[in-house]
Design a binder for this molecule. Structure first.
Ligand SMILES: *[C@@H]1O[C@H](CO)[C@@H](O)[C@H](O)[C@H]1NC(C)=O
Ligand SMILES: *[C@@H]1O[C@H](CO)[C@@H](O)[C@H](O)[C@H]1NC(C)=O
Ligand SMILES: *[C@@H]1O[C@H](CO)[C@@H](O)[C@H](O)[C@H]1NC(C)=O
Ligand SMILES: *[C@@H]1O[C@H](CO)[C@@H](O)[C@H](O)[C@H]1NC(C)=O
Ligand SMILES: *[C@@H]1O[C@H](CO)[C@@H](O)[C@H](O)[C@H]1NC(C)=O
Ligand SMILES: *[C@@H]1O[C@H](CO)[C@@H](O)[C@H](O)[C@H]1NC(C)=O
Length: 457
């Protein structure tokens, strides 16, 4: 009798400890939840690099040194080769403090692949009001510049602005792509605009279009603000990502309208503290984190916020894509206030991503995905699987949080799919994401098992 009572009270004690532990887990979850709901990305905008008002620099008082490409012999007729004029004007502008590298409006400048390299004297403004076009024939492209058309690198505290257009004349490149015709070899093609290894960069007002491949890459840079930029390539142009962010931190994209044949925005390895605000996307493949982990590589992306977006007619909505066999992690992502119109795969985690001519095998290693929040996501889906979390069997997704998600199918049929995904929802969740498993349940299961273990003693 006594023994039994003793064991019972011991059991009670064990239960209290078990629930205590579970309680702690819940508190840790609440911390994560609060962090996911509230974290923000801010840039301390240096006043000196405030967007510069165009009319003011033509007046003497502005104290700017105007470097006009026309002064260096650019013809601006869309036919003559203006590359050398641009290179000469760049040297001058880069070497002169407070200069404005001006591409005047109303003209069309044909420019070859070019590297515009810094560091430059302080407060450089790159004012693009005219149209810059690339030569359209891939077979004449300088093989030294396989992956770039206009590349700006090693800049510090510069502003790109103006109402001009950067046009990659990409149609012949698209036709030569292996995505268009399987008998073509898979080759890389140039990116229209690249900002490389730079800091304190602002880009405002420009249009980037018809790129040979990706439209705009921000690479290995920090403190970059892109606002009111428009990106446009046809919906069927292959691999023409809108804005691609790699190896970069503290990047804000705001008020951008992007329509392309690939991801509107793609954020890949070694990128963190990225904010996207007021983004229009369509056509395109949606807003993506990844792909990551190709060929067993490490991919790390953390602290990304998308706030207020409209996606229309895209083939995916909010996507995280990783290859089997990768390592690293995606952690701390909030997608909020997104409206979907006729989007296929509105909410998608795909850890079985494969964009390779050969098939991809399942492996035990994977990029770990955790702390992903979807908040106030509404609208219509084109595919029945409005919510899909296809996570690695060996490295499950954890802390997937849904809050006020309401996606309607055209014919009323919508569902959620999960593989190996832990998380929870609150508020309205439609389709209901019951397929997410709760790690609290699992925790209680484990403590229950240890109780029965003790009972047998
Ligand atoms: C631009 O590229 C074309 C074709 O490769 C070449 O003939 C021309 O010399 C290049 N122009 C400059 C300024 O390098
Ligand atoms: C695909 O490319 C091959 C070789 O470049 C060419 O012969 C063929 O006509 C192309 N097919 C289409 C449908 O364009
Ligand atoms: C990803 O970034 C990490 C850290 O910067 C780096 O070590 C790794 O090599 C990168 N992976 C790839 C595929 O470039
Ligand atoms: C990736 O790792 C797997 C498992 O170790 C191996 O079979 C495969 O060949 C590797 N792939 C590459 C591209 O290195
Ligand atoms: C939800 O998102 C929409 C945009 O899709 C926005 O208009 C609305 O204000 C948001 N609601 C809340 C409560 O933030
Ligand atoms: C890989 O694993 C997933 C999830 O278990 C499964 O749906 C898929 O069929 C597997 N693929 C291959 C090629 O084995």
């Amino acid at each position: 009798m006594m023994d039994r009572l003793f064991i019972l009270s011991l059991l009670g004690l064990l239960l209290v400890t078990a629930y205590g532990a579970a309680g702690k887990m819940v508190y840790a979850d609440l911390d994560i939840l609060e962090e996911l709901e509230t974290f923000d990305i801010l840039l301390d905008d240096d006043d000196d690099t405030k967007l510069f008002d165009l009319p003011s620099f033509t007046s003497r008082s502005s104290g700017k040194n105007l470097v006009n490409v026309d002064t260096f012999g650019a013809a601006g007729d869309g036919v003559s080769d203006d590359t050398q004029a641009f290179i000469s004007a760049w040297s001058k502008a880069c070497d002169t403090p407070k200069s404005v590298f001006l591409v005047p409006e109303g003209r069309r400048y044909l420019v070859n692949a070019t590297k515009f390299t810094g560091p430059c004297k302080q407060k450089l403004i790159i004012q693009i009001d005219g149209i810059i076009v690339a030569p359209d024939e891939p077979s004449n492209w300088d093989s030294k510049f396989q992956r770039i058309w206009l590349e700006f690198s090693k800049l510090k505290g510069v502003t790109f602005q103006g109402k001009g257009v950067i046009d990659g004349s990409g149609s012949k490149w698209w036709a030569a792509s292996c995505k268009k015709n399987k008998s073509n070899p898979c080759k890389s093609a140039p990116t229209a605009l690249t900002i490389e290894s730079s800091s304190g960069v602002k880009v405002s007002g420009l249009t980037i279009q018809n790129s040979q491949q990706m439209n705009f890459i921000i690479a290995r840079s920090t403190s970059v603000r892109v606002s009111k930029v428009m990106v446009s390539s046809p919906g069927d142009s292959p691999n023409t990502d809108g804005i691609h962010i790699t190896g970069s931190t503290n990047v804000i994209l705001q008020d951008c309208k992007i329509g392309t044949g690939d991801d509107c925005v793609s954020i890949v390895n070694a990128s963190s503290n990225i904010k996207m605000k007021n983004i229009y996307c369509g056509p395109g493949h949606g807003i993506s984190i990844g792909s990551l982990g190709k060929d067993n590589t490490t991919g790390i992306v953390t602290q990304v916020v998308l706030e207020t977006a409209l996606l229309r007619g895209t083939t995916n909505g909010l996507r995280i894509k990783t290859y089997q066999g990768g390592s690293g992690y995606v952690q701390g992502i909030r997608f909020a206030n997104v409206e979907m119109q006729d989007v296929a795969n509105p909410i998608l985690i795909d850890q079985f991503y494969c964009d390779s001519p050969t098939t991809c095998q399942n492996q035990t290693s994977a990029v770990k995905i955790s702390q992903i929040m979807y908040r106030n996501i509404t609208g219509t889906t084109k595919s029945p699987k409005a919510i899909k979390f296809a996570c690695s069997d060996t490295v499950p997704c954890s802390h997937i949080v849904l809050n006020d998600v309401n996606l309607e199918g055209k014919d009323g049929q919508v569902e959620a799919y999960c593989n190996s995904a832990e998380g929870f929802g609150y508020g309205v969740i439609h389709p209901s994401a019951d397929c997410l498993y709760s790690h609290d349940d699992k925790g209680l299961d484990q403590s229950y098992k240890s109780e029965t273990g003790h009972d047998e003693l």
